[in-house]
Ligand binder design. Structure first.
Ligand code: PHE
Length: 464
């Protein structure tokens, strides 16, 4: 159906290589770096986990990001339209449909957490955590937990904060690719990078910095178990926004000169750097104050306010830290929601504004189920999980790996090495690339096999 040709010819692109870099980095950097990465590192053995994570970024993350950019850039189409344009059999459109589902599933719970982060910015600005510094250590620990409990457990306020986070995303996306996504990420990503460096430096000058560094950098090979490997692989996926068409979509906004391989490497490297900086920000304080490194998902909301309340200029750092987390969460969310938005506008001819508003409405309607995971619905709603955990599990452990697997297989087996090679080069180097054959083989064999292992384990077919 060519009813949309007019729209597609006037399709927006990012305006420069730098814009492409900040937009894609804005997608990758999110709560994954600041919230998930430190606590998973803490739970899975520190440096050993980080080593395995780095290997998965190189063997799975970068190749799939390259494959997604390739699909988007060469077709200039949305996650469903790509496969129509390439005249692939109908089956492959499932990648786009699953991607839209994943975007929604992740948004259902991610927007809740983003709401908590937004509310923590306000709490920090109001100085709600200053009182912690006047308490004995134990009492402060209980008080900060109580703060979190009341944030999450409030009757109406968590809905309002979630709605605020989704509203910000809505406004940015209605403004479009250049005026919305590009402008916001180009302004905020440099700010975020500066903030995280400041916070890491402050943290590294604490007394327990040495122990924190040992924890992050000392590799204890006995800690590398099959389950640690699988956790690291799964994280690299979620982290780099892969397997759901986000990078296909952003790739479709590349212009001729934007380089695929180069961008993938820069984004993967910078994103990993932000995760490591988040680790450098968190672990020295954990060890300085004798906290538990394996404390789990509460690390961000309980530990950070506590420790920052106890150091000089802590409240300023606290405001900075949660602002940073809010920026990261927001730029990641806009990339998730853009996936279904551009499919609806281009495939169904719906206006951008209507597409954004209706998807946001769906996110809020269903996402409301995650706001009170325990108190409102009980903790065992579906398959023994709360809605929050269920949406997280379904997206990260099933939809993203299957999506990534299909993308790797499609580009590995249905695309010719020559075509990859042409798209890897830019107009300026005659469109040739020596890397294409290498990535083609990785996408054909290495990545699918690794992903198959992760996926089969996730659904319990094999139990490693
Ligand atoms: N990469 C984001 C993060 O680390 C999450 C994300 C996943 C964003 C999938 C887009 C798509 O928080």
């Amino acid at each position: 159906k060519s009813t949309n040709n007019g729209v597609r010819q006037g399709r927006e692109t990012f305006s420069s290589g730098l814009a492409v870099f900040f937009a894609t980095l804005g997608s990758a950097v999110g709560l994954g770096n600041i919230w998930k990465f430190p606590y998973l590192t803490g739970q899975n053995g520190g440096g050993a986990f980080i080593l395995v994570y780095l290997i998965s970024v190189v063997l799975v993350g970068v190749p799939i990001m390259i494959a997604e950019f390739y699909l988007g850039k060469t077709t200039r189409a949305n996650a469903v339209g790509v496969f129509k344009k390439l005249k692939a059999s109908r089956f492959w459109r499932i990648i786009g449909f699953m991607g839209m589902m994943s975007a929604l599933l992740i948004m259902f719970f991610y927007s809740s957490v983003a709401g908590w982060v937004y509310s923590y910015v306000l709490k920090a600005v109001r100085g709600d955590f200053k009182v912690l510094s006047t308490m004995p250590f134990d009492a402060a620990g209980k008080a900060v937990e109580a703060q979190f409990g009341s944030t999450v457990g409030g009757t109406f306020s968590p809905f309002a904060w979630q709605a605020a986070a989704v509203a910000v995303v809505t406004v940015i996306l209605v403004a479009g690719v250049k005026k919305g996504i590009e402008r916001v990420t180009k302004t905020l990503m440099p700010v975020l990078l500066i903030l995280i460096v400041i916070i890491a430096v402050r943290s590294l000058t604490l007394e327990g910095a040495g122990k924190g560094l040992d924890f992050l950098m000392g590799v204890d090979f006995s800690k590398i178990t099959p389950s640690v490997i699988l956790t690291a692989l799964g994280l690299s996926f979620f982290k780099l926004s892969l397997g759901m068409g986000t990078m296909i979509t952003y790739g479709s906004y590349f212009n001729e000169d934007n380089k695929i391989v180069n961008t993938a490497f820069k984004v993967a490297a910078s994103d990993t750097m932000v995760s490591l900086l988040a680790g450098l920000a968190v672990f020295p304080v954990v060890f300085t104050f004798g906290l538990e490194p394996g404390g789990g998902p509460g690390l961000l909301f309980n530990t950070i306010p506590l420790v920052f309340s106890l150091i000089p200029f802590g409240n300023v750092l606290l405001i900075l830290f949660f602002s940073l987390a809010a920026i990261a969460a927001t730029t990641a969310m806009i990339s998730m929601v853009e996936v279904p938005v551009i499919v609806l506008t281009e495939e169904l001819g719906i206006s951008r504004r209507n597409a954004v508003v209706s998807i946001s409405a769906v996110i809020l309607a269903v996402g409301a189920l995650t706001v009170h995971p325990e108190s409102m619905f009980g903790s065992t709603m579906i398959f023994g999980k709360s809605f929050f955990d269920f949406f997280d599990y379904l997206s990260s452990n099933i939809f993203l790996p299957v999506g990534g697997l299909l993308i790797a297989i499609f580009v590995g087996w249905k695309v010719k090495t020559k075509d990859l090679s042409l798209s890897f080069g830019s107009a300026s180097n005659d469109g040739v690339s020596k890397l294409a054959p290498v990535y083609h083989i990785i996408l054909k064999f290495v990545t699918p096999i690794l992903l198959l292992i992760v996926f089969l384990n996730a659904v319990g077919v094999i139990g490693i």
